[in-house]
Design a protein. Structure first.
Ligand code: LLP
Length: 440
């Protein structure tokens, strides 16, 4: 099991995160529990910012809040000087509740609702990343109704396939997101934006996918965006001010994963943009990126308590924990792989291969297949690492399981940033039938 950030094994042989003994955290706050290493989140934010500062580009690093969006996280991201990408009224509302400066918020989404666009306009957010013709028309109309202009980036699909799971690959032509370059839709959208009176076109955007370990996909996408910018300059005399190349930078979930450091992705991106602009005589644009997973993923660890086990001779030993696909949907949805260890017995020899099952009524609710652990017993605390991105964010109430609490840990102190859901929370929006039929 790889230990990220401030995680280490303490004198008691326990997993410690942010100076806190994880078994004490489990005891105090209950399990399942999402534990975030605050120093590591800040370190990742700073790594992206620093790499851009060294590049000489004007830039924005916009944290993709879909990876993990809570009031505390928005506050932390603001403190670190990042911008924010939101994709719904809920994420926007969370950011505003956190006091996030609206001008640093970018609104994404392939089907923004009229009320979401209105919410963003009235909150004076920085820009919308427009995804389709329907939205462009809506943006122009709702901005005009308010007697103002709205700043827009156009999300394009550059026709680059990221080598990742199909469900999280987005840059290919056959995608629900964005205007396609190859078929001419992107050019058409640019022309339309230049005609719309209430739209101010800032520039172009692309996001090719997620959990990407190489830089060549980004470079290919940048080459295509720059070729288009050059064509637009020649044909329409318009030069975009901003180029946003999205997120998708990979992290280490398991040993085979080989992500690059944040700075290496930034370096490849800035070099490709510099080269492309020089070759096409374009002014250097402001460069934006949108890391989500790479800011928050490594920093999260989920603690579970082990309960029942079922050993099937010569077949497999199932070890069940008190959470599962309700707090981490990724294994069931993407066959995502994770590492884990026994937080209360970190120094003991791993002697047994077991599979970690969740507690949901679903055979597919398996968190980890075939992992080596010391012989486990009920009451042990299992720590699954790298769960910080899209874990809490995609948590759900399947089987009416309450969502776990979230704590941030740093320098030996823990702070609850999301309370554990209660049973009462689970029924708070339920309304009993007013009239019950008495017949059987
Ligand atoms: N920008 C845009 C426009 C995006 O669509 C996304 C992710 C990001 C940035 C951030 O990507 P990241 O740096 O986090 O890879 N639920 C899936 C991931 C879905 C990603 C959706 N878009 C998962 O658990 O792997």
């Amino acid at each position: 099991m790889f230990l990220h950030g401030t995680s280490r094994i303490n004198d008691r042989g326990h997993l410690e995160i942010g100076g806190c003994d994880s078994t004490e955290l489990a005891k105090k706050y209950g399990t399942p529990l999402y534990v975030y290493d605050e120093a590591l989140i800040r370190e990742k934010c700073r790594a992206f910012v620093q790499a851009f500062e060294e590049s000489g580009f004007a830039f924005q690093v916009a944290y993709a809040s879909k990876a993990f969006c809570t009031v505390a996280m928005c506050q932390l991201v603001q403190e670190e000087g990042l911008s924010l990408d939101v994709v719904s009224s809920g994420e926007l509302y969370t950011a505003l509740q956190a006091g996030f400066p609206p001008e640093k918020i970018h609104f994404h989404g392939n089907n923004k609702l009229p009320e979401e666009v209105a919410f963003g306009l009235d909150a004076n957010i920085g820009c919308f990343v427009a995804d389709n013709f329907y939205e462009l028309d809506m943006l122009n109309r709702l901005a005009a109704e308010r007697g103002r202009k709205v700043e827009v980036l156009l999300r394009l699909t550059p026709g680059v396939e990221a080598h990742t799971h199909d469900y999280i690959s987005t840059g290919q032509q056959d995608s629900k997101f964005g205007f396609d370059i190859a078929s001419g839709q992107a050019m058409e959208a640019i022309k339309l934006c230049l005609q719309y009176e209430s739209i101010e076109l800032l520039g172009l955007h692309s996001h090719i996918g997620s959990q990407i370990f190489e830089t060549n996909g980004f470079v290919m996408a940048i080459d295509r965006l720059i070729a288009l910018l050059a064509q637009v300059k020649n044909e329409l005399g318009f030069e975009g001010k901003v180029l946003n190349v999205g997120g998708g930078f990979g992290i280490r979930y398991v040993e085979e994963d080989t992500p690059l450091a944040p700075g290496a992705y930034v370096k490849a991106i800035t070099s490709a943009v510099r080269k492309g602009c020089a070759e096409n005589s374009l002014t250097l644009p402001e460069l934006w990126i949108e890391p989500g997973r790479s800011v928050i993923g490594d920093a999260g660890t989920t603690l579970y308590t082990i309960g029942s086990t079922k050993a099937i001779p010569d077949v497999r030993k199932y070890v069940s924990v008190d959470g599962g696909m309700s707090d981490n949907l990724r294994p069931a949805l993407y066959q995502a792989k994770y590492e884990a260890g026994l937080a209360n017995r970190m120094t003991e020899q791993a002697e047994e291969v077991v599979s970690i099952a969740g507690k949901c009524c679903e055979s597919g609710d398996m968190l980890i297949w075939d992992i080596s652990l010391p012989p486990v017993k009920a009451g042990d605390v299992l720590a699954v690492t790298s769960t910080g991105a899209y874990g809490y964010a995609m948590s759900n109430n399947y089987n009416r399981i309450a969502r776990p609490a979230v704590v941030f840990v740093k320098d030996g102190e823990a702070e609850v940033v999301v309370e554990r859901e209660s049973l009462a929370d689970l029924v708070k929006n339920d309304r009993p039938l007013k009239k019950l039929q008495c017949q059987r």
